[in-house]
Design a binder for this molecule. Structure first.
Ligand code: PEP
Ligand code: MN
Length: 347
């Protein structure tokens, strides 16, 4: 941390700041020019709030030189994290396609969907039950009897399963069925949930909040990591901007920013961000081109009659097309599609 003193700061003020920093255990390096003094405070002090120093007399500015997130930061780490989901490697050279309907509706739907996506190269099935919604009146999902439908169908297609966890009380129950626990955008700062996930042995897919900065997103990842779980996949799902032509604005620049700041793998959800089917394939291609490690897409056997988010779901044929296009872009940028499902439907 660097403390910049005001040009007219008195010796007493400078010494008071030094005493304050020393009391916190920092090593201080003082550098005084003709007009101004700058103090370098070296050390990592968990729980220290730099605003305390900012409020002292004679202080002009305080700048952090290290990130507020330590474990999620790339600093000091050469290798990127590869999340291992029972043998499925997320990150590294591979591109993972995570796919499923907006919500689990029926056994027929889940069987047909898992069979189709597995035969076309998906490796991860998204089987969501409950949907955190901004509006009380939107489809919230049906819990009764739905979780049990996912596992056998996914296992038949040799697919790993991700399920969105809506609150801490469902952690044990959902962990029985899921290989990955997904934290939705609206829960990114549900700190009790993040702490609980830190004690889980399941990898976590952490969506970016609707209005969260990259730093806030990484600080949420830090919560989970600090509590013991370092297997985290980040997911950019669009942020709120002034633009109303799309549901949210897909912040693809955040992908390359986060890849530079953190060692964690990053996915992109092109469905939730734009909310429109015809944008999904182009944005999935762009996501892979910009460096995403995976994409999360909605697919439905009959989007026009889906219980939720039908407008932003691909039908089966469109999903097959997406896989071909994403594979081509992956190869063009020196990566390869991680092919799951036990079969190879790539034509
Ligand atoms: C989802 O991921 O299924 C979803 C509904 O996303 P969001 O809440 O981020 O819009
Ligand atoms: Mn989401």
């Amino acid at each position: 941390m660097v403390v910049i003193m005001k040009r007219d700061a008195s010796q007493e003020e400078i010494e008071a700041v030094i005493a304050n920093l020393s009391a916190f255990g920092f090593n201080i390096h003082r550098s005084s020019g003709v007009n101004q003094t700058v103090l370098g405070a070296i050390g990592v002090k968990p729980g220290f709030d730099h605003r305390i120093i900012r409020g002292l007399k004679g202080v002009a500015d305080v700048k952090r030189v290290t990130e507020a997130y330590k474990l999620a930061s790339r600093a000091g780490r050469d290798a990127s994290t590869i999340v291992d989901v029972g043998g499925l490697q997320i990150g590294g050279r591979s591109i993972t396609v995570m796919v499923g309907p907006c919500s689990v509706e029926s056994e027929e739907q889940i069987k047909a969907t898992t069979a189709h996506v597995a035969s076309h190269g998906a490796s991860l099935f998204r089987g969501n039950i409950l949907k955190p919604r901004t509006s009380f009146y939107e489809f919230y999902g049906v819990e009764e009897g739905r979780l049990e439908l996912i596992r056998p169908a996914a296992d038949d297609g040799d697919l790993k399963v991700a399920i969105e966890i809506t609150d801490v009380t469902r952690l044990d129950m959902m962990s029985e069925y899921a290989d990955i626990l997904q934290v939705g955008a609206r829960n990114m700062q549900n700190f009790e949930l993040l702490r609980a996930l830190g004690t889980s042995s399941k990898p976590v897919l952490l969506e970016r909040g609707l209005s969260a900065t990259v730093e806030e997103w990484l600080m949420s990842a830090e919560y989970i990591m600090r509590c013991g779980n370092t297997q985290i996949i980040l997911c950019e799902r669009g942020i709120r901007t002034f633009e109303s032509a799309t549901r949210y604005t897909l912040d693809l620049s955040a992908v390359s920013v986060v890849k530079a700041k953190s060692h964690l793998p990053v996915f992109v959800d092109p469905c939730r961000s734009t909310g429109m089917r015809n944008n999904i394939i182009p944005l999935a291609r762009a996501a892979v081109a910009v460096g995403a490690d995976g994409i999360m897409v909605d697919v439905h056997h009959d989007p026009a009659n889906a219980s939720g988010a039908g407008l932003s779901a691909l039908n089966f044929d469109q999903f097959a097309e997406l896989i071909i296009q994403v594979r081509d872009v992956a190869e063009a940028v020196g990566r390869s599609l991680s092919v799951g499902g036990g079969t190879n439907g790539l034509h």
